[in-house]
Design a protein around this ligand. Structure first.
Ligand code: T1G
Length: 699
């Protein structure tokens, strides 16, 4: 029997009892914790010397929710739920919130009679992000407290609400400056005489007309393919068409349905996969990291400007330079235009945009950036050019500066040879557009020090990225695992599929945008130069003549209104283009191909199995620490639908044996590019899931 940890303490403050929740690191509620909380509330109810209670979190937070690890397990129903104990209490309970009150944590606070919070607190019901819905009365109490419209917004978005907004919404009663615990005790004494204490559940549920149709329309695009957002809405609707207890029963029915769903299992997996990516077996958690208070970027192109914005967006002053004043001015103009677009969209205030622009300073020479804590090289993908830049950076950067490259594929080890400090060099691969995409691929060179890697991992988190570390090879992990996906698409088009057909298969699968439309946004010129480099290094690399013909026809993508598709001015809606159809027909004829049709499932499996096979090679070579890191990269770098968990999680839904058998058949039918990776074969034989695949033990 495992020792039951004391997660709830009662601390007497005269006639007020303070219930302290203590389950580090974020006070997630476990089944044991709930039992202890109910016992504590009832003990205080029974104590005549206690007139009121305060509930407060120990450590850095109130309650960050129910323990997500408990889902999917058989949980015996508790004698009494915490919400019931609070509903039954004849004495007022004040929730005193700091840090986070999320999910079940906010639901406990909603069952309390009052809520106060410090200004830095964040409150929310993020269950939808886990493919769930609030399962502790939140869908019934929140609309009664703040109205249906506001409640539906919070529950279907899962967003965290700052305390000031929570006050405006009526979610909390008071903002607390100063000592939260003392404020809680004072508030409890102030309301101790108001009996019976007011319960949120007793408030009338008021719904603005058409609020449910409106929310269904507004979430339709983002919620495509998912059930949880709609289950959230159905549960809130039950707050308005039946008594509270019946509404709770409906909520629990829907919760149980979602808890067992593939969608929720995938989203709960993704939640932990992201956090697992922070754990580097060969970089101890206590590795010292170098703080970054200032940054520099070399290269003011699309990527360099976007990277500079990443620092400015998070308050880090950043200098940016380029080879010529004209290039620098153009880059800064693009940055200002990006911020202006955000202001126009309403996602940024003019004042905040100006504050961010003010943090980005043009530099005319290398000497001007030498004092930065980190410099990121973002020049053209050409090894000779990068080595020249790194030699200059080695000359000017202060000792201990992090010297990073944004290269998407080139060897970190070779770049590092241009410096005398390879230990301070690593890859920091941003994804386009750098200021929007959350993935940061941290590529360690053979000589990158653990401090450098730990520092770059933390730097990514500091500027709002999801950092994932990996080893050095052509394409690293993200792009290397994605290349077969792209190659297979081109071969399918040579063999008979059409671009719009492939994009439709992938958007039906859950991608927000089809891969060919994305390629037009990224730019056909960039991918053309990468292919030429690869062919120079590997003459046997499979050519993609249709894509080459598209570039050679001057079709650069959205940047000049035509790529795989045609685009109207100022509009990114892809339209099929007879010129592309003609190019495809000509190339097929030149290859002697008689086009054939493909089923959607065959298209989907051809592109994704190709990448699963390559991912197995990447793991087998020890370039990725774990399969779930590859999933995190696909979620945040390529927009793989999150409610499918990630490439390898999705593959586990099919199974290594079925994939190995199919890949083996395609090897016979389509050629050696389909040779099964040894790890794929091994997993098929052992029955081990992809997500438990581990790189070979380091010799
Ligand atoms: N359950 C279990 N572990 C959790 C957890 C949770 N709810 N929240 C965090 N952790 C772990 C996390 O895995 C990590 O572990 C460590 O705590 C620090 O987290 C009934 C059904 C609160 C904003 O969805 O969003 O309540 O990696 O690195 O960046 O209706 O954690 O150190 O081993 O993320 O400061 C609803 C989930 C649950 C909130 C803090 N609640 N957590 O972010 O730290 S469902 C949530 C977060 C529910 C009820 C329903 C974040 C955070 P490790 P971290 P952070």
């Amino acid at each position: 029997m495992t020792e039951t940890r004391q997660q709830i303490r009662i601390e007497r403050e005269g006639d007020v009892a303070v219930l302290v929740i203590d389950n580090p690191p974020v006070n997630a509620m476990t089944p044991d914790g709930i039992v202890q909380l109910v016992d504590a509330i009832e003990a205080c109810d029974a104590d005549p010397a206690i007139r009121a209670m305060v509930m407060i979190g120990d450590g850095r937070s109130f309650i960050a929710g129910f323990d997500i690890r408990e889902f999917g397990k058989n949980r015996p129903a508790p004698r009494k739920r915490s919400y019931e104990a609070l509903d039954d209490s004849p004495k007022p309970v004040v929730a005193a919130i700091h840090g986070y009150a999320l999910g079940g944590g906010l639901e406990v606070a909603l069952a309390c009679h009052y809520r106060i919070a410090v200004p830095s607190a964040k409150l929310g019901l993020p269950e939808v992000a886990l493919g769930l819905l609030p399962g502790g009365g939140g869908t019934q109490r929140l609309p009664r407290l703040i109205g249906a419209k506001a409640a539906l917004d919070l529950i279907t978005s899962g967003r965290h609400v700052p305390a000031a907004e929570a006050l405006k919404l009526g979610l909390i009663d008071e903002l607390v400056e100063g000592d939260l615990r003392q404020a809680g005790i004072a508030f409890a004494r102030k309301v101790a005489g108001i009996l019976p204490p007011p319960r949120v559940r007793d408030r009338e549920a008021k719904a603005e007309a058409s609020v449910f149709d409106d929310i269904r329309k507004s979430i339709a695009r983002k919620a495509k393919g998912q059930r949880a957002p709609y289950a959230c809405i159905e549960a809130v609707e039950a707050a308005f068409d039946r008594p509270f207890e019946q509404g709770e029963i409906r909520e629990i029915e829907l919760f149980r349905e979602m808890e067992g769903s593939d969608e929720s299992k995938a989203l709960r997996y993704a939640f932990f996969a992201e956090r697992e990516a922070n754990k580097l077996p060969d970089v101890p958690k206590d590795t010292p990291v170098r703080p970054v208070a200032s940054a520099a970027v070399v290269g003011a192109g699309t990527m360099g400007g976007g990277i500079a914005m990443c620092f400015a967006d998070f308050g880090v002053p950043v200098k940016i330079m380029d080879a010529t004043p004209e290039a620098l001015d153009k880059g800064l103009e693009r940055v200002r235009a990006n911020y202006a677009a955000s202001v126009k969209r309403g996602s940024l205030s003019e004042a905040e945009a100006q504050a961010r622009i003010a943090r980005i300073t043009p530099a005319q020479s290398y000497e001007e950036i030498g004092d930065a804590d980190v410099v990121i090289e973002a020049v053209f993908e050409n090894m000779a050019l990068k080595k020249t830049v790194f030699a200059d950076l080695d000359r000017v950067m202060k000792p201990g500066a992090l010297i990073l490259t944004n290269s998407s594929a080139l060897s970190i080890d070779e770049i590092a040879t241009a410096t005398k400090r390879p230990q301070d060099v690593s890859g920091a691969h941003f994804f386009s557009p750098a200021n929007a995409m959350k993935l940061l691929e941290v590529v360690r060179g053979a000589k990158s020090s653990p401090e450098t890697i730990a520092s770059v991992m933390q730097l990514g988190r500091k500027i709002g990225k999801i950092s994932v570390a990996c080893g050095n090879c052509d394409g690293f992990v993200a792009n290397r695992s994605r290349v077969p996906f792209g190659t297979e698409i081109n071969i399918l088009i040579e063999d008979g599929a059409m671009p719009e057909e492939i994009d439709r298969v992938m958007t039906d699968f859950g991608y927000a945008t089809g891969p060919l439309a994305v390629a037009d946004v990224v730019g056909q010129d960039l991918s053309y130069s990468v292919r030429r480099r690869r062919e120079a290094e590997n003459p046997n690399a499979r050519k993609v003549p249709i894509l080459d013909r598209i570039y050679e026809a001057g079709r650069l993508g959205t940047k000049n209104g035509k790529g795989w598709y045609r685009y109207e001015k100022g509009d990114r809606t892809p339209h099929t283009d007879p010129e592309v159809t003609q190019i495809i027909a000509e190339v097929r004829a030149s290859l002697g191909i008689t086009p054939r049709s493909f089923t959607p499932d065959e298209i989907l499996r051809r592109v994704l199995f190709a990448s699963v096979n390559e991912a197995c090679r990447i793991i087998d070579e020890g370039i990725a620490y774990r399969a779930s890191d590859i999933d995190v990269m696909w979620l945040y770098g390529f927009g793989f639908p999150r409610w499918r968990g990630g490439l390898m999680f999705w593959a586990d839904g099919i199974g290594a044996k079925a994939i190995f058998d199919q890949v083996s058949r395609w090897e016979e039918e389509l050629g050696p590019r389909w040779a099964p990776a040894p790890l794929l074969k091994a997993l098929a034989e052992s029955g081990t899931p992809f997500r438990e695949a581990k790189p070979p033990a380091k010799s």
